[in-house]
Design a protein around this ligand. Sequence first.
Ligand code: PBG
Length: 333
Amino acid sequence: MQITPRQFPATRMRRMRADDFSRRLMQETHLSVNDLLVPLFVQEGQQQRTPVPSMPGVERLSLDLLVQEARELAALGIPAIALFPVVDAAGKTDLAEEAYNPNGLVQRSIKAFKDAVPQLGIITDIALDPYTSHGQDGIIDEQGYVLNDRTVETLVKQALSHAEAGADVLAPSDMMDGRIGAIRQVLEQEGLVNTRILSYAAKYASAYYGPFRDAVGSAANLGKSGKQSYQMDPANSDEALHEVALDLAEGADMVMVKPGMPYLDIVQRVKSQFGVPTLVYQVSGEYAMHMAAIEKGWLTEAAMMEALVCIKRAGCDGILTYFGKRAAQLLNQ
Ligand code: PBG
């Protein structure tokens, strides 16, 4: 029996998908090296390389090796790196004084990067968790509650010490109230008018940060206590808009949504409501899941590239990703 269609479709969506040239013409989102920011872990010592077991391919490096890594990232066209310190036990106290030591590991690293690779933007983390004996992002009272205004005072000192060392972008990731305004005020007072603030405005109390806490060595100190009294509930979305509005009013230049992939609805709402530079942190747990599956041969690197394009498609302007160097190599091929 012959089947004759009664009607041919006027629009065939598959026409434009038929060839590479027309697929390229209608591609809506273009991931480029300019979108990739790479988090780096710095540790003390010389010629020290420590792999992070839960993050295959990621190593904590001593500053001499990390400067070389920064040169390679800049040569690949990566615009900026985000620096995270591994602080030894002696540097961890109840009041986190090491956070604002002008000769601390981060402050020395900023200077070394700016000397060696001045064109590479340096983003530094403003938060106390690497420096507290208990692993919380702030100073706690007897009950273990993180004290907001007392913590902000210390964050301001930390921020100023980073800016004075030459950091281009300060990135408060602590979720204290009022810290953006307090930091902005002191930067202006000190004439540091071009130091940018990237606020981790919508940062969730996420289970996806586990491998990062292994990498910086805060997991053991933190123990079972969580960060729910300051980081956001993953169930909330309107609250993220409220956070972003406050941080912009206080003087943030860029805002961040963190984590990435399970939070792309938040990215889209933030970008469409505010239209400001919006970054996404593809966090350690997202990286770990992809890399574990890739190591097992269950996924390929294409899945990681897909995740990055999808994060960008949600509307962000840049992605912090541990896959940044490899992604840049793949994009440059
Ligand atoms: C801490 C901080 C964290 C991350 C970046 N800064 C962990 C946390 O909030 O406990 C997580 C990054 C990642 O998981 O990749 N201020």
